[in-house]
Design a binder for this molecule. Sequence first.
Ligand code: ADP
Length: 293
Amino acid sequence: MDAIEVRNLRKRYGETVAVEDVSFSVREGEIFGVLGPNGAGKTTTVECIAGLRTPDAGRLRVLGRDPSDPELRRLVGVQLQDSALPDRIRVGEALELYRAFYEDPEDVEALIEALGLGQVRGTAFGRLSGGERQRLSIALALIGRPRLAILDELTTGLDPQARRATWALIEHVRARGVTILLVTHFMEEAERLCDRVAVIDRGRVVALDAPAALGSLREQRLRFRPSAPVADEDLLALPDVATVRREGELVVVSGGPAVVQNVAAALARAGIVAERLRVEHANLEDAFVELTR
Ligand code: ADP
């Protein structure tokens, strides 16, 4: 069974079509990323999955149930962008309060430790910094030991150290078999954590694959200084070579996956050495920019 099934989801706010037609499924135990530019419809999609908004059309199943099924409250942990708590409630109190909702909750001390909240345990919510609120909201999403965690903008506003600690926590949670749906616009986060990502643009899925596969679909580039003159036509005649540019004395060749081997072999046959050789692989960020251009 898939943990989440989204089929032809559609949602509009008045005149604005936030989600035009989105379909994907998330396997159990997977970390699935939803990526896309601002306004693409990511939050609306996850809010529908979390049962917080009613879709206009489409089929949604979450752990085999309709998102509005109250049973899901025990099984799904949700961290949303602006989860608000009363200003006066202290961090430790909020965690204890949420803990009481669940039969087999997480150990509060372990979560406080993992998210670095020890210093602010006695601090009122209204006095927390953005990053501290963010870390608390992650703790609250995980405290019920959910089977599925939905995390929107997991590490936005966190400093690099807190971001890394949060990634480690998410990997630890996943190791227990928890399915994680993650909205992010950090490519590094998606590449590090996600098994698969859906790239959403203007309310539609424009790509869906493993982060590395999305990256490697794109072009490869090599840049070098030839030890002897080499003609553009000779390079362009090689299989998989798409473009040849000159940057001063450097030659920049780009093309498909075999471009590096083909150019290197051709240069070797001609007795030319590729000096200062650099190979650049497109990463998820390049793929993303290209897909959502
Ligand atoms: P993302 O999370 O990818 O930034 P959203 O789902 O938040 O995208 O928004 C998609 C579109 O819907 C945007 O054009 C946004 O302005 C609009 N939108 C989002 N929420 C509302 C709302 N409550 N009322 C009206 N329009 C909204």
